[in-house]
Design a protein around this ligand. Structure first.
Ligand SMILES: NC(=O)c1ccc[n+]([C@@H]2O[C@H](COP(=O)([O-])OP(=O)(O)OC[C@H]3O[C@@H](n4cnc5c(N)ncnc54)[C@H](OP(=O)(O)O)[C@@H]3O)[C@@H](O)[C@H]2O)c1
Length: 293
């Protein structure tokens, strides 16, 4: 028997494989939320619940609003959130293809190379129309570039790097990739950040990152207005993933509350799956709430 402990819905499960290869699950401990303690099953007052795989309340992930065998593209698939998104989309039986592009992919996609972005897009144009595009690129810090705490920290090097990664490159994607969306149903999301919200800015600091994401949000809003006329079934949004465990968030205090990328990606794709054309041009968080500009 091969026991694996895993947490789920207040219960700890022991999984084992029998000789037939099936995998029943049994509860071996349960969580008491009042006292925040785990009780081994068998202690007095505990109710034994035998669970099977069929009891799981979590439906398998699928982008149900997209056509069967839909085609997806994730830009920035070398990043933490981008890679998790590729993995989740590949697990969806309704996904016909998912392609990832990044600085070292074939073709490469580097926002420092304007002609290269156009060339990569031309290659994409030879493939099927895209039902889902997620841009998961972004830059908050780099070697010798930590987010500015005060005006005196501002300089061109940081501003240019942040705007190239967070604004100019995504603008090129809007130009070259939005026309490749499928006419029937096409979702395009630009990963933005809540700290790019002007209305929500109470702490200050992080000038380049905040400003570059605010500018990205303006590009998304402006492009959505144009696309509503030219591609009326397209839904284009800015999307905040929440705080996610990644190299981008690692140096900062908020990382204590960061979530695994997989969890954020499940939430974000569920939000995207529910969107309709009248939602286009908005700024959403991973939980489906609308964020202020
Ligand atoms: N993690 C969080 O807590 C958090 C919170 C709010 C918003 N976000 C947003 O979510 C997105 C993904 O973040 P993440 O946590 O997954 O970050 P990450 O792991 O650092 O990944 C960043 C991705 O962006 C790519 N990239 C950076 N600069 C680029 C450039 N100039 N040209 C092309 N690609 C570039 C990286 O490529 P390389 O692999 O080649 O470097 C990598 O694929 C970003 O837009 C970020 O602002 C994240």
């Amino acid at each position: 028997m091969d026991f694996t402990r895993s947490a789920g819905a207040g219960f700890f499960f022991a999984d084992w494989r029998d000789n037939c290869g099936s995998m029943p699950r049994a509860v071996v401990a349960a969580w008491d939320s009042d006292t925040d303690t785990y009780h081994p099953v068998g202690e007095p007052a505990m109710t034994l619940k035998i669970a099977t795989e069929d009891d799981s309340n979590t439906p398998p992930f699928s982008m149900g609003s997209l056509p069967d065998q839909y085609h997806a593209l994730v830009v920035g698939s070398s990043g933490t959130i981008g890679a998790a998104m590729i993995a989740l989309l590949r697990s969806d039986p309704r996904c016909g293809s998912v392609r990832g592009l990044h600085r070292h992919s074939h073709p490469p996609l580097d926002f420092a190379d304007e002609a290269g972005v156009a060339a990569a897009s031309s290659e994409l144009a030879r493939g099927p129309r895209l039902n889902l595009v997620v841009n998961a690129t972004g830059m908050l810090h780099a070697p010798e570039l930590m987010p500015e705490k005060r005006l005196a920290d501002l300089d061109y090097a940081h501003l240019l790097a942040a705007f190239q990664a967070n604004t100019f490159g995504p603008a090129l994607l809007l130009r070259h990739v939005a026309p490749l969306l499928a006419p029937g149903r096409g979702l395009m999301a630009m990963l933005s950040a809540k700290v790019g919200s002007i209305g929500d800015n109470r702490l200050g600091g992080w000038y380049s990152y905040r400003a570059s994401k605010a500018a990205l949000n303006m590009l998304v809003r402006t492009a959505a207005i144009e696309l509503a006329r030219t591609q009326p079934n397209t839904v284009l949004v800015s999307l905040h993933p929440g705080t996610v465990e990644s190299p981008l968030s690692r140096p900062f205090r908020g990382v204590a509350s960061a979530r695994p990328a997989h969890d954020a990606v499940v939430d974000m794709l569920r939000v995207l799956d529910r969107l309709v054309p009248s939602d286009s041009g908005a700024f959403f968080a991973y939980d489906g709430s609308r964020l202020p500009w």
